[in-house]
Design a protein around this ligand. Structure first.
Ligand SMILES: [Zn+2]
Length: 250
C-alpha cells in the first residue's frame, strides 16, 4: 500500500491505529470547517491533544498533506468500522454554513479521490445515499453537519466526475447512474429558498440549494438528499412530508 504521489507534505500524527484491519474500499470526505492549508491541518493533527486525524488534508489552495498513511486507520468519522476501510479526507472549507470550499480545494479533491481509487483498485464510486455505497459521510455516524451542506451537495457530481476519469459510467450499477433527488421547494426569490432550507435544517435534514435556469429565470431549488435507490428517496420524502414539508422525488 502506498500514499498518493499528489501529496506534497507528510507529517504523521499519533492519532491512528496501525495497520488498518480492512482493505480500502471506501472514501469518506469531510469538511475542516476552517480555511487551512493541507500542511497546516496535518500539523494540527500532529500536535493537538484531541483524538482526531485524517488520512489526507486538502488545503484551500489545493495542497495535499498526509497525516495518517493509507496503510493505517485514521480517527476521523467517529466509526472504527468505517475508518478501518475508508480513506478519509479533510477538505478546507468556510467555518460557517454552508461550509463552502474553494474551487482549488475541490479540484485537488477530485484529483486525490481519482488517484486513491486507481491505486486501491476501486473501479468506480458508488454513491447510494447510505452506507451501502462506497462514498460515506461523517454525519451518518455521529451528530455532526460534516461534510457540510456544500460538499454534501457535491457528492453526486464527485461520483460522476471521478467515474468519468476512471473510465466507468456515471453512478451505481443497478440504475445506470441515475440519482433521485428529494426536493421540498423551488423559489424565484433566493431568500425564500434560504428560509425554507433553514426550516428543513432545523427539522434535522441536510439541505442544499441548487440554482436552475428555467425560461430565462433563475430558480432556487431546496433539496434534502440525493439517492441511488428510489426507495431511499421515497423514504426521505415520506419523512419530510410527516414534518410538514411539500416534498417530492425528482
Ligand atoms: Zn468529519
Amino acid at each position: 500500500m502506498s500514499n498518493s504521489p499528489l501529496a506534497t507534505y507528510r507529517r504523521i500524527t499519533k492519532n491512528k491505529n496501525s495497520p488498518r484491519n480492512h482493505k480500502i474500499d471506501r472514501i469518506t470526505i469531510h469538511c475542516m470547517a476552517g480555511q487551512m492549508t493541507g500542511r497546516g491541518c496535518a500539523d494540527y493533527f500532529a500536535t493537538t491533544s484531541r483524538q482526531v486525524s485524517a488520512n489526507y488534508c486538502v488545503g484551500y489552495g489545493g495542497d495535499i498533506a498526509v497525516s495518517v498513511d493509507e496503510n493505517d486507520r485514521s480517527w476521523c468519522s467517529c466509526s472504527g468500522s468505517n475508518d478501518h476501510r475508508a480513506v478519509t479526507i479533510e477538505v478546507a472549507t468556510d467555518s460557517t454554513y454552508p461550509y463552502k470550499c474553494t474551487d482549488k480545494a475541490y479540484n485537488a479533491l477530485l484529483d486525490l479521490v481519482t488517484d486513491i481509487c486507481k491505486r486501491n483498485g476501486i473501479k468506480k464510486l458508488n454513491y447510494t445515499g447510505d452506507t451501502g455505497g462506497n462514498m460515506t459521510k461523517h454525519k451518518w455516524f455521529a451528530n455532526t453537519a460534516c461534510p457540510g451542506a456544500y460538499l454534501d451537495g457535491k457528492f453526486p457530481e464527485i461520483q460522476r466526475e471521478v467515474n468519468r476519469r476512471l473510465g466507468t459510467s456515471g453512478g451505481n450499477a443497478e440504475n445506470g447512474g441515475k440519482l433521485w433527488f428529494v426536493q421540498i421547494g423551488s423559489y424565484a426569490v433566493k431568500q425564500n429558498a434560504e428560509a425554507e432550507a433553514a426550516k428543513a435544517k432545523a427539522a434535522g435534514f441536510g439541505t442544499v440549494i441548487k440554482t436552475a435556469t428555467v425560461a430565462g429565470k433563475t430558480l432556487y431549488r431546496v433539496q434534502i438528499g440525493a439517492f441511488g435507490k428510489k426507495e431511499n428517496a421515497e423514504a426521505q420524502m415520506k419523512k419530510a412530508k410527516e414534518k410538514g414539508f411539500a416534498a417530492a422525488v425528482l
